[in-house]
Write a protein that binds this ligand. Structure first.
Ligand SMILES: C[S@@+](CC[C@H](N)C(=O)[O-])C[C@H]1O[C@@H](n2cnc3c(N)ncnc32)[C@H](O)[C@@H]1O
Length: 243
């Protein structure tokens, strides 16, 4: 049984704690690109969560399905207007299968890292490939590991330091595991910590996983606005196609 880091407590607070990710500036270009890639075929979101992306994509007329491990996250989605248009299967994206063929499968917001083994991440690519029709695309949005910022012997890198939130990534370069530590506070005095384990991978390793699953890299951008991916990019939006 996989651990569920998105239990009821986290699920109830998810949309508030991640409110910046719900902004039109973030969701506009995300949904534009996904809608274009889906065309007139249905889309499948792996780890659909509370429907942050699926709901606005469905509003664009794309038929969206989802797979999600956490029932509590799906309960949040179900309570939102438009949720009746989205079919969600509770399951693990490394093995779950749903009916139908899709023109687009997508996995956003660093969530490939929530699968903490290499075999598991390959299995996610196989899940995507199993659901794609020929010519369909698998899209991943995830961060580029910030190892270049770690001096020799250092394990910790601060990725956010704002009012009420300090984010620190802890890296174990021997195992490619990391822990995202979030310290949150409402009074800037007392902080509560929550930590999430992740497996980081370079884009090139993800390309090999895609090949194992029978997919080929089509595009890689540094963001949803299709800006060029460079050595300075902190994240990537990658598109692999099923021949
Ligand atoms: C950061 S949230 C992203 C949710 C949504 N995609 C979004 O962009 O807001 C990560 C989600 O991945 C789900 N998840 C983690 N591991 C999973 C797995 N193996 N199979 C399916 N869902 C998983 C979690 O339950 C959680 O809802």
């Amino acid at each position: 049984m996989l651990p569920n880091y998105f239990d009821r407590d986290v699920a109830e607070r998810y949309d508030d704690t991640e409110d910046a990710m719900f902004s039109p500036e973030v969701l506009g270009p995300t949904v534009d690109l996904l809608a274009e890639l889906a065309g007139d075929r249905p889309a499948l979101e792996l780890a659909i969560g509370t429907g942050r992306v699926a709901l606005p994509l469905s509003e664009r007329g794309v038929r969206v399905h989802g797979i999600e491990l956490s029932e509590a996250m799906v309960d949040q989605l179900r309570a939102k207007p438009g949720a009746d248009r989205i079919e969600v299967a509770i399951g693990d994206m490394t093995s779950a299968r749903v009916e139908g063929g899709f023109g687009l499968v997508y996995l956003v917001f660093n969530t490939i890292g929530n699968v903490t083994t290499q075999d598991g991440q390959v299995a996610v690519f196989e899940t995507a490939a199993a659901h794609l029709e020929p010519g369909g695309c698998f899209v991943i949005e995830t961060g580029v590991p910030i190892l270049r910022r770690l001096p020799s012997g250092e394990r910790f890198a601060v990725f956010d330091h704002t009012d009420g939130h300090v984010g620190v990534d802890e890296y174990d370069v021997a195992t490619q595991l990391m822990w995202s530590h979030h310290y949150t506070s409402t009074d800037a005095t007392t902080y509560t910590r929550s930590s999430l384990p992740l497996r980081y991978a370079w884009p090139a390793e993800l390309d090999l996983m895609a090949r194992i699953a029978g997919l080929r890299l089509r595009d890689r951008w540094s963001d949803w606005d299709r800006s060029a991916f460079t050595g300075e990019s902190t994240k990537h939006v990658s598109v692999w196609v099923k021949p």
